[in-house]
Design a protein around this ligand. Structure first.
Ligand code: FES
Length: 369
């Protein structure tokens, strides 16, 4: 099974903290994975949340959304931040919210989904209000990381990658977080635990112990009791908008590059064959839909010089959205025995270009090849 039923351990009288009402179902989410597994993810999807509901939840972030989109030359470049914003609102990323982010960034839902699947910091199941992140890399391993993780697991009755049924605590194994000197390095949400005087208070030579973790569990429980409503973003770092050096931000030196951002994808599957009419050649290729034009060229001197023999505007080719099957007929076939080369350029509206692979066409006594 992809989930197990929680036993209530680690909870506070079944009370649910923060914005995780689904955890009342008393499933233990994310078994065996930081971001969840297939069955747990499907089980976690709130049945009463649709696109309109996501839109409503994200409405307070409308200005942030607009600002994020403004800072990038193309909308799809804002996808990581858009998903992060969704996670800051929901504390995880429901499937339907992936669709919402995809729409904002004008990418397909499956593209946005693949991004969420790839990065484990995106959570696909409801997550705890407080996450103990424990580094298990070498420097921390030899300072007792496994013992500390085992202690937390025992104490909270969950495994690393899981959340307590009350939605209060999660445990995460993480790679080096650059606090090796205070290993085994621990973060509580985004804050470092590397001193006795509170979070982010560095004291050299100080190391977390099981007793210190017990103390923090009690402190965090008390904090949640005093403030059952988890503050927004309380476990997420500032998103890119807080970075003054980011292109497009006030006073930033770097500028968003509005044009020339990326070359177009080259035409694919270029092929040349004998045309329907004698003495003609038909050239076919697959063009990316964002190209404003595709230009076909030929060379009869092994690529020393090229001449254009026609063009096809992908947008003018009928068919469903997506790559376009383009073709044109070159009215002049090469002389018998001569090898001709064809290639096709993709062209973007800002004149960025990329060329395809070269294909050869030859007519011999046996026919065209
Ligand atoms: S190895 Fe654990 S913080 Fe660097």
């Amino acid at each position: 099974m992809g989930f197990v039923f929680g036993n209530g351990a680690g909870g506070i009288g079944g009370r649910c903290y923060g914005r995780l009402p689904w955890l009342h179902q008393h499933y233990r989410w994310g078994v065996g994975s930081m971001s969840g597994n297939g069955i747990a993810i499907l089980e976690a999807q709130p049945q009463d949340l649709d696109l309109a509901g996501v839109e409503q939840r994200m409405q307070p972030h409308a200005e942030t959304v607009a600002e994020l989109l403004r800072r990038y030359p193309v909308k799809r470049a804002a996808l990581l931040q858009m998903l992060w914003l969704v996670q800051s609102e929901f504390a995880w990323i429901p499937r339907v919210a992936i669709k919402w982010a995809a729409r904002q960034c004008e990418v397909s839902p499956v593209h946005a989904f693949s991004v969420v699947e790839f990065y484990t910091m995106y959570r696909q199941v409801p997550w705890g209000r407080y996450t103990f992140r424990v580094c298990h890399n070498m420097a921390c391993h030899i300072q007792g990381a496994e013992e500390l993780i085992a202690h937390l697991e025992r104490r909270l009755s969950i495994r690393a990658g899981e959340t307590t049924p009350d939605g209060l605590f999660s445990i995460e194994r993480v790679e080096c977080i650059a606090a090796c000197g205070n290993g085994p390095a621990v973060q509580i949400n985004d804050d470092f635990l590397f001193g006795p005087d509170g979070l982010n208070q560095l004291q050299e030579g100080w190391h977390p112990t099981p007793e210190i973790m017990d103390d923090w569990i009690e402190r965090l429980r008390a904090e949640a009791e005093a403030n059952p409503q988890a503050p927004r973003n309380d476990e997420l770092g500032g998103i890119i908008l807080a970075s003054p050096g980011h292109p497009g931000a006030e006073g930033a030196q770097a500028q968003v590059q509005q044009t020339g951002y990326a070359k177009p994808p080259p035409p694919l599957k270029v092929a040349a064959k004998a045309g329907e009419e004698n003495g003609t050649v038909t050239i076919t290729w697959l063009a990316a839909p964002e190209c404003s034009d595709t230009l076909c060229e030929y060379s009869d001197d092994n690529g020393a010089s090229w001449s254009q023999c026609g063009n096809v505007v992908p947008a003018s080719v009928p068919g469903p959205p997506g790559p376009k099957n383009c073709s044109l007929t070159h009215s002049s076939a090469p002389a018998l025995g001569l090898t001709r080369q064809y290639r096709v350029w993709s062209v973007l509206p800002d004149d960025q270009r990329r060329v395809s692979a070269v294909v050869e066409y030859r007519i011999s006594e046996e026919g065209a090849s």
